[in-house]
Design a binder for this molecule. Structure first.
Ligand code: ADP
Ligand code: MG
Ligand code: MG
Length: 252
């Protein structure tokens, strides 16, 4: 399987250092959760990997199967098999959801090997049904007038259609009611398997009641300060983050 390696990553925003050396390896087949208090740099990690121009990488590397991701253009990162939920445009006027998905899938394929229209429609219908989405959503303009829950479901639809090697999902659970959360989780659990690796960033443990992570990492002050299994998330839910600060002598 493939490997996504984050090595000694330092990231600054407006000359302020936010990430102070993050090391993390995700293998295909594994789901890693990154948790931590607000403002500790979790979203910065996702944004830096996706290549957001505001986030300056001052040190460190990100490798996908030994290839330097940080040297790739954003679309090359997607072609290499990385899915970053936020990389997709919030709205593109005049482009239907279905057209958008088909071109995103074709962009990952070799020229001349575009997905067959019938196969595409079959796969789209199957996945939309699985995600309990209204089939009309395919013909609506991308994200135009989508509710928060519809956008999240649609992100999971993109994920299921694109079948990336690795997905980096930042707060995929935020603002979801229980029914939408269950559907989103069902999608991720369906993808789970030896061809899929996931870095799930979440402030709340709630999501992890539906998607059991293989590994849990705690980020504080721009570093991963503790790693463990799912029991770590359970302890955070019960006791908060204070005990980690005490254990590691971290000052606020
Ligand atoms: P988290 O996702 O863990 O809540 P973030 O990565 O969003 O944390 O933020 C980490 C730190 O970087 C915070 O102190 C935040 O104020 C700062 N920050 C994030 N985005 C920006 C930005 N665009 N401009 C300036 N500071 C930012
Ligand atoms: Mg965040
Ligand atoms: Mg996530």
């Amino acid at each position: 399987g493939s490997t996504l390696e984050i090595k000694g990553l330092h990231v600054s925003i407006d000359d302020k250092e936010i990430l102070k050396g993050v090391d993390l390896t995700v293998n295909q087949g594994e789901i890693h959760a990154v948790m931590g208090p607000n403002g500790t740099g979790k979203s910065t990690l996702a944004q830096a990997i996706m290549g957001h121009p505001r986030y300056e990488i001052t040190q460190g590397e990100v490798y996908l199967d030994g290839e330097n991701v940080l040297e790739m253009e954003v679309d090359e990162r997607a072609q290499a098999g990385l899915f970053l939920a936020m990389q997709y445009p919030s709205e593109i006027s005049g482009v239907t959801n279905s057209d958008f998905l088909r071109s995103a899938m074709n962009a990952q394929r070799e020229e001349g090997n575009e997905i067959n229209l019938m196969q595409f429609i079959k796969k789209l219908d199957k996945n939309m049904e699985f995600l309990e989405m209204d089939l009309d959503m395919a013909q609506r303009y991308l994200n135009e007038g989508f509710s928060g829950g519809e956008k999240k479901r649609n992100e999971i639809l993109q994920l299921m259609m694109l079948e990336p090697k690795f997905a980096i999902l930042d707060e995929i659970d935020s603002g979801l009611d229980i029914d939408a959360l269950k559907v989103v989780s069902k999608g991720i659990n369906k993808l789970r398997g030896e061809d899929f690796g996931c870095l799930m960033i979440t402030h709340y443990q709630r999501l992890l009641n539906y998607i059991t992570p293989d590994f849990v990492h705690v980020m504080m002050n721009g570093r991963i300060v503790k790693s463990g299994g799912k029991e770590l998330a359970e302890r955070l839910e019960a006791e908060g983050y204070e005990w980690i600060k005490e254990e590691l002598n971290i000052e606020d």
